[in-house]
Design a protein around this ligand. Sequence first.
Ligand code: C2E
Ligand code: CA
Ligand code: CA
Length: 306
Amino acid sequence: MALAPQDTEIPETMIRRAARALARAKAEGGGCFRFFDADLDACLRARILFETELRGAVARDELVPYFQPVMDLASGRLAGFEMLARWPHPARGMVPPKEFIAMAEDIGLIAALTEGLLRRACRAAAAWPEGLLVAVNVSSLQLRSHVLAGMVRTVLEETGLPPHRLEIELTESALIDDFDLAREIVGSLAALGVRLVLDDFGTGYSSLARLQALRFNKLKIDASFVSAMTRDPDSHKIVAAVVGLGQSLRLQTVAEGVEEQAQADALARLGCDGGQGWLFGRPVPAEAVPWLIRQATPPNGVLGLA
Ligand code: C2E
Ligand code: CA
Ligand code: CA
């Protein structure tokens, strides 16, 4: 419904606005009526525009991989990089993933988005020195379909990156819905020879039994525990417990969100294998990675390649 004279007095505009109210009534499930609302309408149109732009950007392969260094804490050497998605938007600048990953999941774009970025990340990593790994985040939704492992295999073949240099990062939420299906898919990824990483460990609800049933290689300790560990004894205990769990299950541990030297020192003392965070470097575009590799010289002066 649109009202005259509040909404407009022009008949054509009136019909268009009533049509928008109809679209909203349908979007909210139908079987109801809605009045035209200029604010809500602007919001809805902005979202539709943003979705259309994202579709275009994915179709034209415009999303770019940024790479953040991951360090080996014991040696101080560079172990590899995590790929983090960025969307260079003509009006909004560099859009961070928080603003478009969930949208891509909602509108059925996540598989295409992951494939494009995975290809660009693997192509970049294939040119780095042998020992360096590249980690790529995969959405929980993708653990509901068997196409994932085939896509990863194709991209590895195309780019020539050896499977053992690719890490696939999954979050615990991937393991909650249909555990048996997730386990099959994780199994087919493992069979390709890629490494599996459980991301944001400690923030989800997966049980230790499930963790043990899957062949993960690495646990990433969530930044919320790491950033508090030098000030809050409980956070320190949680980090220590996760590192210990990793050691007893023979899983590597990597701490995220390392911003201060004191955190890196505490993590190294606990025996945590890896560290990632602003202390070691922010995410950078692919062109800057060779420079970072050259700069990765630990305190002992040896070139920092693991
Ligand atoms: P994540 O996988 O936990 O990635 C780590 C996030 O922490 C990144 O944010 C990184 O820039 C940020 N970070 C790194 N070091 C520090 C630090 O020392 N301090 C602080 N405060 N933050 C730090 P970013 O790049 O905004 O990514 C956010 C999330 O978006 C990622 O969290 C990941 O869940 C998701 N994401 C990013 N790229 C992709 C992708 O290609 N596919 C999917 N499915 N998700 C992605
Ligand atoms: Ca991650
Ligand atoms: Ca994480």
